[in-house]
Design a protein around this ligand. Structure first.
Ligand code: ATP
Ligand code: MG
Length: 477
């Protein structure tokens, strides 16, 4: 097993100064699995002051005894190596941070404070130190707490999510006692900060086996505590065309999005696209309808993602994808004008992602009719009209033109005229030409507001917004 030169050189420097030092934790786990470690950690008997003296290029924030040593590496994962003094953690009375960090003089104690056996292996150039049989668990694909599982989760409730996250990344099984301890301790997750929950949640979503992760969240009782909106879909049957419950369908859609290596926003939209179904489900005959579930679901997704403190752009993107995931298309019937109107509604910049959500969602419904070729055709249509105007901003005239050329006063009339012009251009792109649009605008000056509104109908977003608001009020979301 070879450590990278940067890490080996740090260990050698510590050895030469008379201190024990080992690579430890996730990097050793990944190295043994032939996976690329995301970051490198070194554990050592040297105290923070001593580490700092040996490595002039470092920074130290005095938290948990970790000195970040800067290497000259061009690889992001190796540019900074965390060098930490052997520790024994005190109590975690807030389930977040150890109340105190006590340094230790033995590697054994430092490994014993770590979360899982596969994360408690130390390595130097010629020895593997593995007191908790982490290698055996790596071979069998098992996540097992170091020591008494329930105690370890009481110390730090986040470890419950770390266990599930690791199982999703590695496709591992959680050992029976460890799993039971998670189920028994689930309620303590409430004490963990939303940011720490978010980080693990995102790692599950971005893992290779997210469906496994969400099934584990559900089986352990964590799901309703951190993602209650998703939990609403557990056991909720859909109409006769669906073989899966709402929850199963949501997480299978995410699984396909992961399989296709889609982006974070697409994965989240796949996971959340039907989150509004339980609240909107109504009986009709022997079947169910889910009228407006995309509107209710978009709002629920927005709240969930905001609560988890996701970046605003991600929240907006995902909400938008969920809101528009029901878009209608039919290869034979979608005209170029229909295509432009669809792009107008969903936004050109979101269209490729929306198709990906549709692909994941079709695959995740378990019916053979995923038909990606039809969606590729739609993508082709979208590209075909891609240089044509689908927003007011892309018209050959703008508000300033109308004010200067037609001597209009700034006000709602300008927006009304531009919308009416856009509606014409969506129907026929040839009309997006300055002199034609100015002439047409001149004719529209005398139109009363109602007529203008009717002319602009196809290009208006306000109607849709108003309808959305009514529905959201009705469902209290
Ligand atoms: P990743 O692949 O995300 O880096 P990791 O297991 O390396 O996963 P880190 O946060 O980098 O996670 O932590 C490095 C090591 O520190 C872990 O492998 C584990 O030994 C220890 N560790 C991290 N978080 C905890 C925790 N909450 N409780 C106990 N030990 C922890
Ligand atoms: Mg790590």
């Amino acid at each position: 097993m070879h450590l990278p030169a940067e890490v080996q050189s740090i260990i050698t420097t510590l050895h030469q100064a008379g201190f024990e030092a080992y690579a430890v934790g996730g990097c050793v786990r990944d190295l043994l699995l032939h996976r690329e470690p995301k970051d490198w950690d070194v554990t050592t008997k040297a105290r923070p002051e001593e580490i700092q003296k040996l490595f002039p290029q470092h920074f130290y924030t005095n938290r948990f005894g970790t000195v970040t040593v800067l290497t000259a590496s061009k690889h992001a994962a190796l540019a900074q190596v965390e060098v930490t003094t052997y520790r024994i953690d005190g109590n975690y009375s807030d389930q977040r941070h150890p109340d105190e960090v006590r340094f230790s003089t033995t590697l054994e104690e430092d490994l014993a404070r770590r979360d899982f056996t596969i994360n408690a292996i130390a390595l130097d150039e010629n020895t593997v130190i593995d007191p908790f049989q982490g290698q055996a668990d790596l071979e069998q694909g098992i996540i097992r707490a170091v020591g008494e599982a329930s105690e370890r989760f009481q110390e730090d409730a986040l470890r419950m999510l770390r266990a599930i996250r690791l199982a999703s990344q590695l496709d591992y099984t959680i050992a029976a006692d460890t799993l039971q301890a998670i189920a028994a301790g689930a309620a303590t997750i409430a004490a963990v900060s939303p940011e720490r929950v978010r980080d693990e949640f995102l790692k599950i979503v971005m893992s290779d086996y997210p469906e496994k992760g969400f099934n584990l969240l559900q089986a352990t009782g964590l799901l309703p505590l951190i993602l209650p909106e998703l939990a609403e879909g557990v056991g909720v049957k859909q109409n006769k065309h669906h073989i899966y419950t709402v929850f199963e369908h949501n997480i299978k859609s995410l699984q396909f999005a992961a399989q296709y290596n889609y982006s974070l926003s697409v994965r989240l939209a796949a996971l959340l696209h039907d989150v509004g179904k339980p609240r909107t489900r109504r009986r009709r005959g022997n079947d169910y309808t889910f009228y407006a579930h995309e509107i209710v679901g978009a709002r629920m997704a927005e709240k969930l993602l905001q609560r988890l403190r996701l970046p605003r752009e991600v929240v907006q993107q995902v909400t938008h994808l969920v809101r528009h995931h029901m878009f209608y298309y039919d290869v034979g019937r979608v005209t170029e004008a229909g295509m432009r109107r669809l792009l107008h509604r969903v936004g050109r910049e979101n269209f490729a992602d929306l198709i990906k959500v549709r692909i994941a969602e079709r695959k995740g419904s378990g019916v053979p009719k995923a038909e990606p070729y039809r969606l590729r055709h739609l993508q082709f249509m979208a590209e075909k009209v891609s240089r044509q105007a689908v927003t007011v901003a892309q018209l050959a005239v703008n508000g300033t033109d109308l004010i200067q050329e037609l001597h209009l006063k700034p006000g709602p009339q300008i927006g009304g005229i531009l919308n009416a012009l856009l509606a014409e251009v969506l129907d026929n792109p040839v009309k997006n030409e300055r002199s034609y649009l100015l002439q047409r605008a001149r004719e529209l000056i005398t139109a009363d507001p109602e007529t203008l509104k009717a002319l602009g109908e196809k290009a208006r977003d306000e109607e849709e917004t108003k309808r959305d608001e009514t529905i959201r009020r009705k469902y209290h979301v």
